[in-house]
Write a protein that binds this ligand. Structure first.
Ligand SMILES: C[S@@+](CC[C@H](N)C(=O)[O-])C[C@H]1O[C@@H](n2cnc3c(N)ncnc32)[C@H](O)[C@@H]1O
Length: 262
């Protein structure tokens, strides 16, 4: 085949695939990420544009990456596999004694953080009780009710040998009394409510909780088409608050990181 024939064949197959995608192929879950790819490529996204500078996974973690993983397969509501890998590697590298997570859900991130902490490390994870859905201090994003309205939080670590490292806390992150954790957390993971108000409030709580010079804060769902409130809040903090000027968006993930060493 000539080069022209190869390119012509590629063109025809791509046109047929696009027709299939638009005619109903997008109804299949496995094809939906293509819509995001197309919309990103043509800059069609309606949400806020990401303004936080990017850092590659390699620049963040270096070349020799060690980590342990468990409960690898994600369900809807979990971080995706690549993000779990970055979280586990960061914890493994930073060796944080005290970790705090906002947003337990089924406990997949909590369990993987605990697994990569030092043996005597402690992880606190806060979740909203389903009975409090209608009484939160700030407004929730309607699309996230399904992650809150569940029979139990932390089912993935219940009964696990690492559960002894994990303390489950319950409450609304906007009214929870975080004062006993101030300046004492080594690694913080913010993945609670995705509304703008909560992303702001949780971020301001997180910055008070971490060790001023060595603490690391990680956020989930930045630059996600589903959660514009998180992108807007992180953009605003990055642009207007000097404490957040070191924020970086980890490339090919929806994670943002703030760490003094970056
Ligand atoms: C997307 S899930 C977290 C996923 C989890 N980090 C993982 O990947 O394994 C969000 C969680 O935040 C919790 N949440 C939502 N609003 C909250 C609030 N105001 N205070 C505390 N937790 C909240 C929800 O109950 C839910 O469990």
């Amino acid at each position: 085949m000539t080069r022209f024939q190869i390119e012509a064949q590629k063109y025809i197959k791509s046109v047929i695939s696009c027709l299939y995608l638009c005619a109903g192929g997008f109804l299949r879950k496995k094809h939906r990420p293509l819509l995001k790819t197309i919309s990103d490529h043509f800059d069609l996204s309606a949400g806020p544009k990401p303004l936080v500078p990017k850092i590659t996974i390699g620049d963040l973690l270096g070349n020799d990456i060690s980590l342990k993983l468990t409960e690898v397969d994600a369900i809807e509501g979990n971080v995706v596999e690549c993000e779990l890998l970055v979280i586990a590697a960061l914890v493994n590298q930073a060796e944080p004694s005290v970790c705090f997570e906002i947003g337990t859900f089924d406990g997949r991130t909590a369990l993987n953080i605990a697994m990569n902490q030092p043996a005597d490390g402690q992880l606190f994870t806060l979740d909203l009780l389903r009975s409090e859905i209608n009484t939160t201090q700030l407004s929730l994003d309607k699309a996230e009710i399904r992650y809150i309205d569940k029979p139990a939080s932390g089912t993935r670590f219940a009964g696990h040998q690492l559960a002894k490292k994990i303390t489950q806390l319950y409450g609304d992150s906007a009214t929870f009394d975080f004062s006993r954790f101030h300046k004492s957390v080594d690694f913080m993971f913010v993945d609670g409510s995705h509304s703008y108000e909560y992303a702001m409030s949780d971020s301001l709580a997180a910055i008070k909780m971490v060790h001023p010079n060595t603490g690391i804060i990680l956020w989930h769902d930045y630059d996600s088409p589903y959660w514009p409130g998180v992108t807007q809040a992180m953009n605003e903090l990055y642009l207007s608050d000097p404490e957040f000027s070191g924020l970086r968006h980890i490339q090919n993930t929806s994670l943002c990181i703030l760490a003094k060493r970056l």
